[in-house]
Design a binder for this molecule. Structure first.
Ligand code: NAP
Length: 314
């Protein structure tokens, strides 16, 4: 019995300790790097750069002396961000691509190419994304597909284009993805979101290995809750309301990118992400976790509210 217990303790230690060592390395040992110098770059591109995490990344990169292409929905938010960023960093150049990344026909690629064909974009931050709440079949398919295309397809098309440009021109570079710790677990009542995010994580980890030898770094960030419009655009969901209450500033993610680029592939930022990763991928088996989720969802307020809505509309 003692031998079995010891074996289980060792399995636990072997699973958790190397992980925590990597987290500590990324969070405490790695120092802020100037990405302009690191990649001998002039230009970066940030999607979803008009607000929240994206806007913080744009500011950080501009403060390091980089020129930035800002890609976001062509709305008032982009217009006011344009005004403020140009004033804040008069010495840097900015280009703005107002477009809809949910376009299934990749219409945004034409606009992005128009603004970038004459420059070398060496840092690409795939950051735009949003969450759709509600039971999957209750939400219109168009909305689900728009969410999928923004969170996943746009990252593929944009990364494919700029990776080829970097390779063709033998340039060093960085490609980042803003994923989410939501991807560690099944996310009933926002099922598409977690699925798109775990796609990004796996995709980024594979790219990191493919382009390591070419001097192109890939980094995927799993933020802990960040205070941004993400929550106001999300619709009502109790898990999100709780997450927003403990959220941090978007600048934390920009700092994480500058610290961890080329140092680690996966940046689990913050306490919430690290605890979630340990519980859901190291202490509890994923298959077991999904069974617990399946049996417990019905007791949550979000599920009960969805049932009431369905009954009213039938
Ligand atoms: N906030 C968090 O706690 C958290 C945690 C983990 C991961 N994330 C991820 O972080 C990323 C950034 O989110 P955020 O928190 O910074 O939220 P945010 O403030 O809402 O920023 C999202 C950005 O993406 C843009 N965007 C959304 N849909 C678009 C579309 N179809 N086409 C072009 N641009 C579009 C938005 O433009 P508009 O504002 O004009 O719509 C905005 O610039 C997302 O991928 C999100 O999933 C956030």
């Amino acid at each position: 019995m003692i031998a079995i217990t010891t074996i289980f303790i060792w399995i636990g230690v072997l699973a958790v300790v190397p992980y925590l060592a990597l987290v500590a390395y990324g969070a405490f040992y790695c120092k802020e790097q100037n990405l302009k110098d690191k990649y001998q770059a002039k230009w970066a591109l940030v999607t979803g750069g008009s607000s929240g995490i994206g806007a913080a990344i744009v500011k950080k990169l501009a403060s390091q002396g980089l020129n930035v292409v800002v890609v976001a929905l062509d709305d008032q938010l982009l217009a006011s961000f344009k005004e403020s960023i140009v004033q804040e960093f008069p010495q840097q150049s900015f280009r703005f691509v107002g477009c809809d990344l949910s376009d299934a026909q990749y219409g945004y690629m034409g606009k992005i190419k128009e603004q970038t064909d004459d420059i070398d974009v060496q840092i690409v931050c795939n950051n735009a994304g949003f969450i759709t709440t509600g039971a999957f079949a209750d939400v219109k398919l168009e909305r689900q597909m728009a969410n999928y295309n923004t969170n996943v397809t746009a990252c593929l098309t944009i990364s494919h284009h700029f990776l080829n440009r970097l390779l063709d021109n033998h340039l060093k570079g960085l490609v980042t993805f803003t994923s989410s710790s939501a991807g560690f677990i099944p996310n009933p009542m926002s099922s598409l979101y977690a699925s798109t995010k775990i796609f990004l994580t796996t995709f980024a980890a594979s790219l990191a290995a493919e382009y390591f030898e070419d001097g192109i770094d890939v980094l995927v960030v799993h933020p802990s809750p960040i205070n941004s419009n993400f929550y106001s655009n999300a619709g009502k969901m109790s898990a999100l309301t709780s997450a927003q209450k403990i959220s941090s500033s978007p600048s934390i993610i920009a700092d994480t990118i500058c610290r961890d680029a080329g140092k680690v592939v996966v940046a689990d930022q913050g306490f919430i992400t690290v605890i979630m990763k340990i519980i859901t991928t190291k202490l509890l088996d994923w298959n077991v976790f999904t069974e617990i989720m399946k049996h417990c969802l019905r007791f949550t307020g979000d599920y009960k509210a969805m049932k009431v809505r369905r009954e009213k509309s039938s």
